[in-house]
Design a protein. Structure first.
Lengths: 876, 496
């Protein structure tokens, strides 16, 4: 075993030719790979000293087997220097900044000293030196005559892709290298480089490192043919040209041929490093596919960084469709048996648990809480099967590890993408269930933003005690009920949960003994309170408020307005006519109705208070009880919504008709006034804009009026109204659109204007500014829309579709950028926020050091509350 | 009220739902193929006095060549099951002309053309219900797609901005908004974008391909044959306000005569070349790249000048508020490219590849002193490969991808919908809010409800039930005659 090492520091530089030779285990001289017998050729590209990929062989350099040996670099001696494409721009800058005769950086001594000082300061501050270095080159370039040797300077033109032209002559790589070699060390420092680790001449390669075979393995096809990696192909080209170059030069070939070969060598090395340099045709495979060379392996989404290092894949995870199960606790997740039998938790056998462990092992891997693998003390892993189960169970010794299948009570992480906030991954307790979907309580949908229209979620099983502890303490659902976003509960009743509570607690609903038992069926150890009265038959009855109070903790005091409160001018408080003022004293509801404002997700005041005063465990218990009670409450009452729930009486229809006709007339009047030039423009608006605004206003008001007429006939006994008013789903606007009038359709906030010349559709006259011609839909959804109305509605609807499609992609990108910018920030134990270099970003987290999830919707309310509580305690 | 069901019943019984594809492909077979051949007319060679004259092209019924060399009729379902391509041999009459002597015309097989199912050359066309069943075909299958290597490929209908139509709009140049008139001039698959813009101080400038930067409008007009100031102004407009603008333009005029103008343009298109060559090049550029849809001969220059003048007028009218910006999403400004048009584009490129190959083969044969023979020089695979590969991958000529797609067979409705789909070439990654909106002019043409959700929303459309497509006419003869009868003066050469 090697001793673990700690990385103290990383410094970047260029590799010198000497360094390349030092790290090389073999000099490659032949372009061949394998001989006829299939053995690698010595000093060839597959030299056995470069590492091993064939199973059974050992590395000639380190003796390691495939998988152990990391591979070793070789090298090729290049006949002439070649430009490294990655440094083409920098080479240009340096060439222009140094003297063509004496190679000194063309700045005066004083300037150089000044720049070095600046660079040293900025390095000490840990910032980038780019700006100063750029300035150095820009200043040096201004000299037309060298300040040291007085040699006149020539303009150096850079020609794509890789040529430096001076006075019409192309500088060869050797010329450039010669110039760079002469640059004194002090001058290199001014250029922002360290002459010990990065000499400029090293940007021109004279030695090419040959990557180990382990990073360019050849594969054997079914036909027994060997197929080489793209990098190997490229290296073959380089060696061939290098050899030809050498032969030609030794044979004294004409300059023209030498130059051609040099250029070809440059091309092959350029494409070996980067095959997407603009101006250089990409090197292609025989089939015409561009080769994937070094920089292509690293770059982009599927590259080494983003694809292989950031995009990790994990074991011990599962993914399937989710479906609801209101009988689960919010802390639980239903896991299909099939998945539970595949995933496992590692357990260490000890003298104390050995018998229990034996029982698990004995069950084998085909019977549920069984064991998939065991790991012996020496690290050997054995798969547990039906056949060896009994035998392995007997052999079991303390110190062995077993991989026990997932079972009830295990802690797992549950996640839904996109993981936009920390509540997108929470830990749940496993409940193993039949069938094939993950089950969860619908109350935990809001933090995951999940629904059940085919959403899939991922599940991960922590494999260490530390991970399990962290998951249980920090990530449990109940620890995340209060959102750090707005300090209120993000988990709570949705849809039917809210409706159910509303129906149960609204008014003085009488509930018989049988019904009480039904509602409380799934709740544990509750004492049934004294009934409030007896009916004619002498049977006792209870109120819904009484029943709901059973799940409230004792001592809870709370007063708030329900979600359907009409915000009357003077609040009658407890005496509210609508039963919309909730008063809770000592855990008993005295007045008011439980709805979204009390228990809903994002809003639930009771949930919020229970957690803040009694802790998350009581809070989670409250939500569980509430959900259980709500679904039985709604079943008790029965709840449905159909097309006849939108029926309104004939005279209501007539009234709506009148309102709409009046509105249309008003619009006509406005248009007439506009045409007659009598319309007064609104401040800051043109006449046209004023007209449009006034028309929109008139029609909007008409729709609202039509809605309120319809609303008058849709009472609290209407299930649509119950849903809208309690905050369960939908709004009164949705209802009035169904029952009374759909209203104006708009595109980007304006009436529909585009279309044919002078009109939207050929159904209207040119220049018609009226309501119908620009997308006012007078019909209700129930009545049905006429063809033009339908079309305008489709126009308005399309805008919505496009908006959602565009928004999701844009917000995803925004999120990514935010995360990239903030991911390294960390809150220290002293409360400051620092980034990785230890630079303070905030002296106190969030500038105030407050945990948002503990501060009552960011209002000063909690101060009042604390004062009240303290006073009460003192009084008592 | 009128019972509209009668109308719709008529629509559904008269034509198939995919008739647009079938008609378009039939047109391609009937006239499109021959049109492409006629454009090429002859294959010239580097052999002295030798060229190949191209004659009539003929499409046979789809066949398959079996392993033993026998040729048999192919039916679509066989092609599907055996992973074959449902294609017909193309036969072209070719004549080698050497000096004065003309050899016997020979009909050569120049390649295989993939055939649309249920088109007129399809082996299924005109079959009865029972016969269809006999050949393993669903009698209710609408056809309108191809079978390539056993997979069913649909050529998507592409929506494009209308070519050869002047569209005016505002463009942003730095902080200013300037008025521009654009036209996508299209001729035989070559598209050239010509822009006339009114820059600062009302100076008109024109840009078109092969000329970098912008040319002065007056210079261009003079070069095209509108020599005098009077002519130029009259060609643009008789509106006094516009004439005022034009006078400003003429004051800034760089040249006075046609010769000077050509020289000036020559200096731009072939800088640093000999004077004579410059002028030749200028004339060539004006003929080939400026508004090619009007014509590519010297005789068409005057018409081009008048067309440019109309563009200039449109620019000024926009500047004066006499007209609004053109609505690019108005369906009148859109044209649809159907399968036949796209196959024609494909065939044009494939055929030109073939002619080059024939030329090369002839030259090789002649070098080896062999008797020149058309049959042996035509390598049919060259064309076949070029026809089948784009269809199989969807990578069309001109770099467009996703043109052919695998027919959606999720259910019958999915297939029908797929065959009636229209795609817009706009990029899906940019918002393009306006292009995605449902435009009122789409009433009756495009379905208001059917569009995908997500990034393609509003860019991928589907035909409305009652849509009917009109096709462009190749021959303007009748139209011209009618106009002449109405005493319209034709634009040929100089106006007296």
């Amino acid at each position: 075993m090697t001793v673990p090492k700690r990385i103290g520091k990383i410094s970047f530089g260029l590799i010198s030719p000497q360094e390349f030779r030092r790290m090389s285990v073999v000099k490659i001289i032949t372009a061949d790979t394998y001989d006829d017998d299939g053995f690698p050729i010595e000093m060839g590209l597959m030299d056995p000293r470069l590492g091993v990929i064939d199973p059974g062989l050992r590395c000639r350099s380190c003796g390691g087997r495939p998988g152990e040996c990391p591979g070793h670099f070789g090298h090729i001696d290049l006949i002439a220097p070649v430009i490294h494409v990655g440094f083409a721009k920098l080479i240009r800058k340096i060439l222009r900044g140094i003297c063509r005769e004496c190679s000194r950086l063309m700045l005066l001594e004083g300037e150089k000293r000044m720049y070095i000082d600046q660079i040293e300061t900025i390095v000490r501050l840990g910032q980038t030196t780019d700006d100063i270095v750029n300035k150095v080159f820009a200043e040096a370039r201004k000299h037309k005559v060298c300040p040291y040797c007085s040699a006149p300077q020539q303009e150096i033109k850079f020609e794509r892709p890789l040529a430096y032209v001076e006075e019409g002559h192309k500088l060869t790589a050797s010329d450039i290298r010669d110039r760079f070699e002469k640059i004194p060390d002090e001058d290199i420092k001014v250029m922002g480089m360290n002459p010990d680790t990065a000499r400029p001449e090293w940007m021109l390669l004279t030695v090419l490192p040959v990557p180990p075979v382990t990073m360019r393995p050849s594969i054997t096809l079914e036909s027994g043919q060997r197929s080489e990696d793209d990098l190997t192909h490229k290296l073959v080209d380089i060696i061939r040209i290098n050899q030809r170059f050498q032969e030609n030069r030794e044979a004294g070939a004409p300059q023209l041929i030498i130059e051609d070969l040099w250029e070809l060598l440059q091309y092959h090395i350029t494409t070996f490093l980067d095959n997407t340099v603009s101006g250089v045709p990409p090197a292609r495979h025989r089939s015409g596919r561009p080769l994937k060379t070094l920089s292509q392996r690293l770059k982009g989404k599927e590259g080494r960084f983003r694809g292989s290092l950031s995009g990790k894949r994990v074991n011990f995870s599962a993914r399937t469709v989710i479906s609801p199960d209101p009988n689960l606790s919010i802390n639980e997740v239903g896991v299909p048996l099939e998945i539970a039998m595949e995933l496992s938790v590692p357990l260490v056998v000890s003298p104390r648990n050995i018998e229990v462990m034996r029982d698990f092992v004995r069950r084998g891997s085909d019977k549920h809480p069984g064991v998939n693998y065991i790991t012996r003390a020496d690290g050997r892993r054995v798969k547990v099967t039906d056949r060896n189960a009994e035998e392995v169970a007997e052999q079991l010794e303390p110190g062995w590890k077993i991989d026990r299948q997932l079972m009830d009570g295990d802690i797992v992480l549950f996640n839904r993408q996109p993981s936009l906030h920390r509540m997108s991954i929470m830990s749940h307790r496993v409940i193993v269930m039949p069938h094939k979907t993950f089950r969860l309580n619908p109350a935990v949908c809001p933090p995951y933003n999940a629904d059940f229209d085919g959403d899939e979620m991922n599940l991960h099983v922590p494999q260490t005690e530390e991970a399990r502890a962290e998951a249980e303490i920090l990530m449990r659902v109940q620890e995340n009920i209060l959102s750090p976003r707005f300090g209120g509960p993000i988990i709570g009743g949705i849809h039917d949960y809210v409706t159910g509570n509303f129906l149960l607690t609204h008014g003085d609903r009488r509930i018989s003994r049988l019904e009480v038992m039904e509602v409380l069926k799934k709740l544990h150890h509750l004492e049934i309170p004294e009934p409030v009265g007896w009916n004619e038959a002498g049977e006792p009855y209870w109120t819904g408020k009484q029943i709901f109070s059973l799940i409230l903790p004792r001592g809870l005091n709370l007063e708030f307005k329900a979600s359907f409160c009409k915000n009357c001018d003077s609040c009658k408080r407890e005496a509210c006519d609508d039963d919309a003022y909730v008063v809770i004293r000592d855990g008993k509801i005295l007045t008011g109705t439980i709805d979204a404002a009390a228990v809903g997700a994002f809003k639930g005041k009771i949930t919020d208070r229970v957690i803040k005063e009694y802790g998350p465990t009581v809070g989670a218990g409250f939500i569980d009880g509430m959900t259980q009670m709500a679904i039985r409450g709604i079943m008790l009452a029965g709840f449905s919504f159909g097309i006849d729930d939108e029926d309104i009486p004939k005279d209501a229809e007539d009234q709506i008709e009148d309102v709409l006709n009046a509105a249309r007339e008003n619009v006509t009047k406005l248009i007439d006034a506009y045409k007659a030039g009598e319309l007064e423009p609104l401040p800051g608006r043109t006449l046209d804009e004023t007209l449009e605004m006034r028309i929109m206003q008139t029609l909007g008001k008409a729709r609202d009026n039509a809605g309120s007429i319809a609303g008058r006939y849709l009472g609290i006994d209407n299930s649509g109204v119950v849903m809208a008013v309690s905050g369960a789903r939908g709004s009164m606007l949705n209802l009035t659109q169904m029952a009374a009038c759909v209203g104006q359709q708009s595109v980007r906030g304006e009436r529909i204007r585009r279309g044919y010349e002078g009109r939207t559709l050929p159904h209207f006259r040119r220049g018609d500014l009226g309501a119908e011609a620009h997308g006012f839909v007078q019909s209700s959804y129930k009545e049905g829309l006429n063809p033009t109305e339908f079309f305008f509605h489709a126009i308005g609807g399309r805008e919505g579709l496009v908006d959602t499609a565009i928004r999701t992609s844009q917000s995803g990108y925004l999120q990514r950028r935010l995360i990239n910018a903030l991911q390294d920030l960390e809150v220290q134990y002293d409360g400051t926020v620092k980034e990785t270099r230890g630079i303070i970003v905030q002296f106190s987290y969030g500038e105030d050091g407050v945990d948002a999830s503990k501060r009552d919707y960011a209002s000063p309310e909690n101060v009042h509350r604390i004062v009240q509580r303290v006073l009460k305690k003192e009084g008592a | 009220m009128l019972d509209r069901n009668v109308l719709y019943k008529a629509y559904f019984t008269k034509d198939k739902l995919v008739h647009h594809h079938i008609n378009s492909f039939n047109d391609f077979i009937d006239s499109g193929l021959q049109k492409v051949i006629n454009e090429v007319r002859i294959i010239e060679t580097n052999i002295e006095d030798t060229y190949v004259k191209l004659g009539a092209i003929r499409v046979e019924k789809p066949t398959v060549t079996e392993a033993d060399g026998s040729v048999e009729r192919l039916y679509p379902n066989d092609a599907r099951l055996r992973n074959l391509t449902y294609a017909s041999p193309l036969r072209l009459k070719m004549t080698i002309v050497q000096g004065e002597t003309e050899k016997e015309p020979v009909e050569a097989m120049i390649g295989m053309l993939p055939i649309m199912i249920m088109s007129q050359v399809c082996n299924l066309s005109g079959l009865s219900r029972d016969e269809m069943i006999e050949f393993g075909e669903d009698p209710l299958d609408p056809g309108g797609y191809f079978v390539v290597n056993g997979s069913e490929r649909v050529i998507m209908t592409l929506e494009d901005l209308s070519p050869n139509k002047i569209l005016v709009e505002y463009n942003q140049r730095y902080d200013d908004f300037i008025e521009v008139a654009k036209v996508f001039s299209q001729r035989q698959g070559y598209r050239s974008l010509v822009i006339v813009e009114r820059g600062r101080r009302s100076i008109l400038e024109v840009s078109f391909p092969s000329v970098s930067g912008r040319l002065n409008f007056v210079t261009l007009a003079r070069a095209l044959g509108l020599e005098t100031d009077m002519e130029i102004v009259q060609a643009v407009s008789d509106n006094p306000e516009i004439i005022k603008f034009m006078l400003e333009n003429l004051e800034e005029s760089e040249v006075a005569t046609k010769e000077e103008a050509l020289e000036k343009i020559g200096g731009r298109v072939a800088a640093g070349q000999a004077k004579e060559y410059q002028k030749k090049r200028a004339a060539y550029v004006l003929d080939r790249y400026l508004l090619p849809h009007i014509g590519v001969d010297e005789g068409d220059r005057f018409a081009k000048a008048l067309f440019l003048a109309r563009m200039a007028e449109a620019c000024f009218e926009l500047a004066l508020g006499k007209r609004g910006e053109d609505d690019k999403d108005h369906y009148a400004n859109k044209r649809l490219k159907l399968s036949g048009d796209l196959m024609e584009d494909l065939f044009r490129v494939a055929f030109s590849r073939l002619t080059r190959d024939i030329k090369y083969q002839l030259e090789r044969a002649s070098m080896r002193n062999r008797e020149l023979n058309v049959i042996t020089t035509v390598r049919a695979d060259v064309l076949t490969e070029r026809m089948i590969h784009p269809l199989a991958t969807g990578n069309w000529v001109g770099g467009r991808t996703g043109v052919s797609q695998l027919l959606d067979r999720t259910d019958y409705m999915a297939s029908l919908s797929h065959l009636r789909r229209v795609i817009s070439p706009l990029s899906r990654s940019q918002p393009h809010f306006e292009a995605r909106d449902l435009h009122p002019t789409q009433w009756g043409r495009i379905c208001p409800s059917e569009t995908p959700e997500g990034p393609n929303c509003g860019l991928v459309k589907n035909f409305a039930q009652g849509v009917e497509l009109s096709t462009g006419v190749e021959d303007y003869g009748d139209v011209k005659k009618m106009l002449l009868d109405l005493e319209v003066v034709p634009v040929v050469g100089r106006r007296e």
